[in-house]
Design a protein around this ligand. Sequence first.
Ligand SMILES: Nc1ncnc2c1ncn2[C@@H]1O[C@H](COP(=O)(O)OP(=O)(O)OP(=O)(O)O)[C@@H](O)[C@H]1O
Ligand SMILES: [Mg+2]
Length: 465
Amino acid sequence: MTNILIIDDEPGIRKTLASILEDEKYKVFTAEDALLGLEILSREDISLIFLDVLLPKMGGMEALEQIRKDWPEIEVVVISGHANVDMAVRAVKLGAFDFMEKPLSLDKVLTICRNALAIRHLREENRRLKKKSLSRDEIIGISPEIEQIRRVIKQAASSDARILISGENGTGKELVARAIHRLSGRANRAFVEVNCAAIPDSLIESELFGHEKGAFTDAVSTRKGRFELAGGGSIFLDEIGDMSAVAQAKVLRVIQEQKFERIGGEKTLDIDVRILAATNKNLEAECAAGRFRQDLFFRLNVIPIRLPPLRERAGDIPVLLSHFLSEAGEEQYDFDEAALEALKSYNWPGNVRELRNLAERLRVMYQGCRIGEELVTDLLQKIPRAFGTQGAEEKTLPSPGTESRFPPALFNMHFNEARELFEKSYLEFQLSQNNGIISRTAEAIGIYPSNLHAKLRKYGIRTER
Ligand SMILES: Nc1ncnc2c1ncn2[C@@H]1O[C@H](COP(=O)(O)OP(=O)(O)OP(=O)(O)O)[C@@H](O)[C@H]1O
Ligand SMILES: [Mg+2]
């Protein structure tokens, strides 16, 4: 319920205003002077205040200043008599949301009230999102391995040294790459990501270095490549271990010469980018097997950062879990010892990403529940394994049988929340049945691929393809 406070010395105004607002199901508090009003503010959770400017004891303007200082998130609407409209205008300049002139019009009261509450809601949402996006970039962990990685990042960020980040899927390679960029002198310039595994051989050169109009059949216009787009900033060559021999040779040449040309171009362009690369493969072994160029490996691997799999730093699991659980709010979860032990001894083939998925499920379905070993074990078996877990030995796909037992919590949710949860699980399952191939999945479930793409983006489902 939304609480509204009216501070006005005229009983008639308090009464009319209160009855209008109570009819709209707001909970109304009233005060005949500002001091009483401030006292109510200190004990009730008020969202909006109607404040008269001419008040005995403490004036409305003085009260407004105090409210702005102590409760900056509360919206204030100033009420003024005809004679003191100027003062009301000043109050708006001081941070009041709006002002109303006496006699009060019913429509105006309700419109202003709704607008003020909507603005307040947006502000809160904004604050929450900002906090969330900041906390999304944070590298969480208390294990000595993570502490050490944080130290290396700090030291290495300011130089332009090339960094090779390695680790299994979902261990946080991209998170580390972004942290390096953010802490570097290039933070205000672009961070350009290239998924080397996703770009076909025939296109990689043009993707990386761009092309001039007419350079080849499909080159209908001049296009900048990713190295050029990253100018002044950082380029993140993700999944570098999957780059073809041809592309490896080209990247090596560019690193050696620090220059490149667009395909079909005459002009030589200087390179001003910090190169960060990542791989889930063991590149030394790839070199030994002749699949990766050793000279390129040495060039990229100036500073190596190896992210250990989550099962080797089980001490990080509780802090990561509470970080992911609190991302959406401050709800409480009560884990018993055995549940935590089960989490710590699980082998986490999908690493931190898998833990994040688990936290998301707990958050949506089991908010406020006591979380025991049985529930945790059950959930661990149900996490779709098709994504981000290529290194996994076992691939347990969820069967329609287990997924179709709707969790009771679904029935306590708002319609949209329940539908989204269902859609997300459904799509994850269908994708896993179709090897993560979007066009095939779309056909199988009878929706347009573009529609499926949009939904996957909405739910943050990654397909690794
Ligand atoms: N130490 C950490 N603290 C907080 N969040 C983390 C940490 N490590 C990973 N994550 C989160 O886990 C998810 C996977 O991380 P990220 O995408 O960086 O992994 P990756 O190694 O690049 O995976 P992939 O090999 O699949 O590309 C992201 O949501 C990321 O924010
Ligand atoms: Mg990645």
